[in-house]
Design a protein around this ligand. Structure first.
Ligand code: NAD
Length: 337
């Protein structure tokens, strides 16, 4: 019997996770909960998802708008075995899920301390096997883990400095900025470094972040001091055997995040999502045998989606072998890299 999955918070991440769940043969969506009867709620209905209002107040809004729901989140939680919480950070649903006695997955807006288990399929699938509560770290953190974990395993890492050029907001959002400014994050390290350490516990990493007026992707400039010598080819060989990394080439005309998203559109995936971390093959450089520099780009709306699917599989004990889960998820989503 497929595992029954509910989505609480059907926004940027929630709707993508829902669409990825329905592509699996070992899990299914029993419903999605929303606060407002907006266009996304109407699209959810049009796609055939069972729609629920977040609470009694939002139920009144759905009724007033004439958008048909099956009940409230409390009703939805009775139908599911696991809930994927894709609400904004600190929405505070943990006691609700505990009361309903169901498992839960949160997203990167939450602190690691909410679950004390932060998930990355390639790193700690087995640690999360059978767990009740798990957090999938943010898009940036997931991006850093995807390329740094294989480097740590193959060459050892002395230290990392990652400078993150962050998108201002998501493409749908016409409220946030900056529109015409560059905004440094004055906290040092930015929260991303400690967040990476919630999964790669011993990694010596420092992160710096700036926000820029773009909505399509984040870009990371990364400097890694390796413990053992490596050539750019050695590094690329390791990444080519690692999941969810896609190479792009400046020489092919892929010179910016704009062309990466054009590549993603040409791949004709759902919503043009790029689940992989894009690494510029010809932007990988090694100086003095051990000092590695590279650039990568992160499609913030989608890189965490396959991780959520693998987290469901681990927590619900649907597959013991993390590698097999990754392969299954990737096949279903058309990830070949
Ligand atoms: P979003 O604003 O696009 O969607 C949030 C959804 O939750 C909306 O449908 C909203 O109506 C609903 N909602 C708002 N308040 C609610 C409440 N109190 N109860 C129930 N539902 C509520 O947000 P998002 O970008 O999908 O972010 C969700 C989580 O994913 C956050 O933790 C965020 O940090 C994380 N995340 C976001 C991105 C990204 O780039 N958007 C990437 C990775 C992780």
């Amino acid at each position: 019997m497929p595992v029954k999955v509910a989505i609480n918070g059907y926004g940027t991440i929630g709707k993508r996770v829902a669409d990825a769940v329905i592509k699996q043969d070992d899990m299914k969506i029993v419903g999605v909960a929303k606060t407002k009867p907006n266009y996304e709620a109407k699209m959810a209905l049009a796609k055939g998802y069972a729609l629920y209002a977040s609470n009694k107040d939002s139920l009144a809004k759905f009724d007033k708008a004439g958008v048909k729901v099956r009940g409230t989140l409390d009703d939805l939680l009775k139908e599911c075995e696991i809930v994927i919480d894709c609400t904004p950070e600190e929405s505070g649903y943990k006691p609700v899920y505990e009361k309903a006695n169901i498992k839960g997955i949160w997203q990167g807006g939450e602190e690691h301390s909410l679950t004390n288990l932060s998930f990355n399929a390639a790193v700690n699938y087995s640690e999360c096997y059978g767990a009740s509560y798990v957090r999938v770290p943010s898009c940036n953190t997931t991006g850093l883990i995807r390329t740094l974990h294989p480097l740590e395993s193959s060459f050892g890492i002395e230290s990392v400095l990652a400078v993150m050029v962050r998108r201002a907001t998501d493409p749908y959002d016409s409220k946030k900025g900056p529109i015409n400014a560059i905004e440094p994050e004055l906290e040092m390290p930015s929260h991303h470094g400690p967040d990476v350490q919630s999964v790669l516990k011993t990694l010596n990493i420092h992160t710096i972040a700036v926000k820029v007026p773009t909505t399509i992707m984040h870009l990371h400039a990364i400097s890694v001091k390796l413990k053992r010598t490596a050539t750019p080819k050695d590094v690329l060989d390791v990444w080519s055997r690692s999941p969810r990394i896609k190479f792009v080439r400046g020489e092919d005309g892929v010179k910016s995040t704009a062309q990466i998203m054009e590549v993603a559109r040409d791949m004709s995936r759902n919503r043009s999502d790029l689940y992989e971390i894009a690494v510029w093959e010809d932007g990988v450089h090694v100086v003095n045998d051990k000092q590695l520099y590279y650039f990568q780009a992160v499609h913030q709306e989608s890189d965490v989606v396959p991780e959520n699917i693998d987290a469901i599989r681990a927590m619900m004990k649907l597959e013991k072998d993390g590698k097999k889960s990754i392969e299954k998820t990737d096949r279903s989503l058309g990830i070949t890299g």
